[in-house]
Ligand binder design. Structure first.
Ligand code: PDD
Length: 285
């Protein structure tokens, strides 16, 4: 079956899907995106992802070129046309095509919208979850507005490659005070020796992950103690468990940080319980 992609009002063959070379997404990374999990053919937490998209767009003064109901139809239709049961749907909105000038074009052009969907291998994700994964720490050299889900991801790309080069799956960014901000494409969490679940507050320095937000409900429902505060790399080394959250990985155990085992070096019980509970707290549409 050939893949179908939505580009600016049309469903086209994925192989031929294209935007113009003067799209500001291509020229300046002037755009935003969302990644939403698909499970059983349904979107997970679409409402929250779309709300975050609207926020990202409004921070960058990019209008959404279609109604929210039309956008929802496009997201579902792209999933349906690609027969994705378990996977992700990706949505990107850029400021559109204009002659290459740094300031916003006047009059503003039409934003470009691209939606793709693809199947993920759940079994292989579960296998990674059963083993746990390694992360490495890198200096956080990103701009201050990482709360905007922008396609400007070069530091994240370099961090992820640094992780890959060191045999790890994820990089954790560390701020100037030696505190973990978040992963290159995930939020970072630890569980302390006395069982507290610790993650950085989403006010500054991180993206407010949708998986993170939903997991807060799961943590509360389990009666676990949550501490929303920055934690240091030293604390992470000493933690009994660690994990990351993102739409594509849900809750993924971290069992090595900078080549040191976390706790017993195997996925933690709190982490696995939260992974198992996650979808009971998510919304499906
Ligand atoms: N990444 N922090 C960063 C920097 C991210 O890129 C992501 C998601 C998250 C987690 O957000 P959420 O729980 O809403 O997925 C945190 C997506 C999956 C990606 O870029 O592919």
């Amino acid at each position: 079956m050939s893949r179908i992609t939505y580009v600016n009002g049309r469903y086209v063959s994925h192989r031929e899907a294209a935007v113009h070379i003067e799209d500001r997404g291509y020229q300046f990374a002037d755009g935003v995106y969302e990644v939403c999990e698909v499970r059983g053919g349904r979107l997970v937490d679409e409402r929250r992802h779309v709300a975050r998209l609207q926020r990202s767009l409004s921070e960058l003064r990019i209008p959404l070129p279609m109604s929210l109901s039309a956008l929802s139809v496009v997201l579902h239709e792209t999933v349906r046309r690609n027969r994705v049961s378990e996977g992700i749907v990706y949505l990107q909105v850029t400021r559109g095509v204009a002659r290459r000038d740094f300031a916003f074009p006047t009059p503003g052009g039409r934003p470009s919208v691209v939606v793709t969907a693809r199947t993920l291998d759940l079994a292989s994700n579960d296998k990674i979850a059963a083993q746990g994964m390694a992360v490495v720490t890198v200096q956080d050299n990103r701009w201050e507005r990482v709360d905007i889900k922008s396609v400007s991801l070069l530091p994240n790309v370099l961090a992820k490659q640094a992780a890959r080069d060191r045999g790890a799956r994820e990089a954790w960014f560390v701020d100037r005070d030696g505190r973990v901000t978040e992963g290159a494409s995930s939020n970072a969490w630890i569980v302390s020796a006395d069982g507290k679940v610790i993650t950085r507050p989403a006010e500054r320095g991180i993206l407010r992950g949708i998986t993170r937000t939903v997991l807060l409900d799961a943590i509360k429902a389990k009666g676990l103690v949550l501490e929303e505060r920055p934690f240091t790399v030293a604390e992470a080394y000493a933690a009994s468990e660690a994990f990351v959250t993102s739409a594509s990985q849900i809750v993924m155990p971290v069992t090595r940080i900078d080549d040191r085992p976390v706790g017993a070096g195997t996925p933690g019980t709190v982490t696995l319980a939260l992974r198992a509970a996650f979808h009971r707290h998510a919304e499906f549409s």
